[in-house]
Design a protein around this ligand. Structure first.
Ligand code: UDX
Length: 450
């Protein structure tokens, strides 16, 4: 099948690479000249694990513009960044739709992979793409795992005109049948049998994407609440959350407490989902609470650090990426935390295994090792869940630091190991005696010691 992919960001580049591996003839459009030059030179500007190697095994034609004339299927994978009102900015989507509508064959199937507000596909179908068949086909890729998630998805969701279904089923046939996929990438989910392919209306497929991300974010916010309360009542948060995860209805993933969720998706998609509700006069209470809790989680962690350090003190910040496995700092809680600490008059020396520089307005020093970032620090703060930090030699770090405070914002250090190394340990909710100011009466009600 001749496929043209519009946009060579995470979703577009991964989709193009996977479909090229499956034997489709792929053209991928990238308008950014710097990114286009990188793809054309065979390097992966996203630094997504495995993507560069895979690209060298397949044939993807990267171009600045496409004519779409010979495309049987067109994937739209352009950016939909969060606008000022919380709604996604659809400028790139509208531009792509206008170009496709003007040049693509009548009947060509246009798969919308970008995350767009509910109703967008139907609107494009009756507008610029009225001669094509518009299908909503959201992706569920995680940065750092994107290639594996694309070859071995938990499900394929799509929806649109009934006569487009066969084309979509053919496009993803080998993924659905788990046939001829790269053996060096094992599925995370360990499931066998055909990948569930759920066909529905475009509107349903659009909402399915937001619902998934909204739920995952809400699950995380709830886990953080439980961890905070567990610390306040003197319970072991990891034991409590671990026991929850044993219930298959809850599932053990996405229960690791931290300083909050970030990235280019959750913050944008939760705001967009809330805006969709607002636009329909529906007050999405649970989601609003999850969004507010996430903001409070970060503020609370920063406040716990500030309470322990005098103005002018120095923090060794370990982690800048929004999560481990990526260099992406978009909406990174670690970066937001650094800004709060600077505003509180603290100095920040940072290190991240994948991030070498930050935006110019963020006045922190980025070092090339954890040791340099922690040297003479009054406190060490872990803000990204890199395995390197979970395995760090705490004794060696303590011998470098001036202070004995360790704030573990990603629950990657065992408190006992921190204590053995000579640190005073605080988890994502700060120090236990301060995490939640509870009155004696509240403690009595909870049955904890006054
Ligand atoms: C997410 C969704 O998982 C993916 O399905 C969707 O397609 C895009 O958005 P991603 O943005 O790559 O993927 O990040 P994810 O791995 O979901 O992590 C999101 C945030 O939650 C990160 O800041 C991470 O640090 C945090 N997190 C994750 C936790 O704090 N605790 C956890 O247990 C898991």
């Amino acid at each position: 099948m001749n496929v043209t992919v519009v946009g060579a960001g995470y979703v577009g580049a991964i989709s193009a690479t996977v479909l090229a591996y499956l034997g489709d003839r792929i053209t991928c459009v990238e308008s950014d000249p710097v990114r286009l030059a990188a793809w054309r030179s065979g390097t992966d500007p996203l630094r997504e694990p495995g993507l560069g190697d895979m690209l060298r095994r397949v044939d993807v034609r990267f171009v600045p513009h496409a004519d779409f004339a010979d495309a049987d299927a067109i994937l739209v994978a352009v950016g939909t960044p969060m606008g000022r009102d919380g709604r996604p900015d659809l400028e790139q989507v509208e531009t792509a739709a206008a170009q496709i509508g003007a040049r693509a064959r009548p009947g060509a199937v246009v798969l919308m992979r970008s995350t767009v507000p509910v109703g967008t596909c139907d609107r494009l179908q009756s507008g610029p793409l009225h001669e094509q068949r518009v299908v909503s086909n959201p992706e569920f890729l995680r940065e750092g795992h994107a290639l594996r998630d694309a070859f071995f998805p938990d499900r394929i969701i799509a929806g649109g005109p009934a006569d487009a279904r066969a084309t979509v089923a053919e496009l993803y046939g080998r993924i659905i049948d788990r046939y001829g996929l790269p053996r060096d990438l094992s599925a995370d989910n360990g499931s066998s049998g055909p990948v569930p392919f759920r066909w529905m209306s475009a509107t349903s497929a659009e909402l399915a994407k937001y619902a998934a991300n909204g739920f995952l974010a809400t699950k995380l916010s709830f886990a953080n609440e439980i961890a905070n309360l567990a610390q306040a009542v003197g319970a072991d948060a990891s034991a409590v959350l671990g026991s929850m995860g044993l219930d298959p209805r809850i599932g053990s993933q996405f229960l690791r407490p931290g300083l909050g969720w970030g990235g280019s998706c959750f913050p944008k998609d939760t705001r967009a989902l809330q805006a969709i509700g607002d636009g329909m006069g529906y007050d999405f209470l649970v989601l609003k609470a999850a969004i507010e809790q996430n903001a409070r989680q970060l503020r609370g962690f920063a406040a716990a650090i500030e309470r322990e350090l005098p103005q002018g003190a120095t923090v060794g910040l370990l982690g800048l990426a929004f999560k481990a496995g990526t260099a992406d700092t978009r909406e990174s809680p670690a970066i937001a935390l650094a800004r709060l600490l600077l505003r509180a008059g603290l100095a920040v020396n940072a290190y991240d295994p994948a991030v070498r520089e930050v935006a110019g307005d963020l006045k922190i020093r980025v070092h090339s090792t954890a040791a340099e970032a922690c040297d003479a620090a009054d406190a060490v703060v872990i803000a990204t869940e890199w395995p390197e930090f979970a395995a760090i030699d705490l004794g060696a770090v303590r011998r470098l630091t001036r202070g004995d405070l360790l704030f573990d914002g990603r629950s990657v250090i065992a408190p006992a190991a921190a204590a053995a190394a000579g640190f005073r340990y605080a988890g994502p909710a700060g120090f236990s005696e301060r995490s939640i100011e509870m009155t004696a009466v509240q403690r009595l009600r909870l049955g904890t010691a006054a």
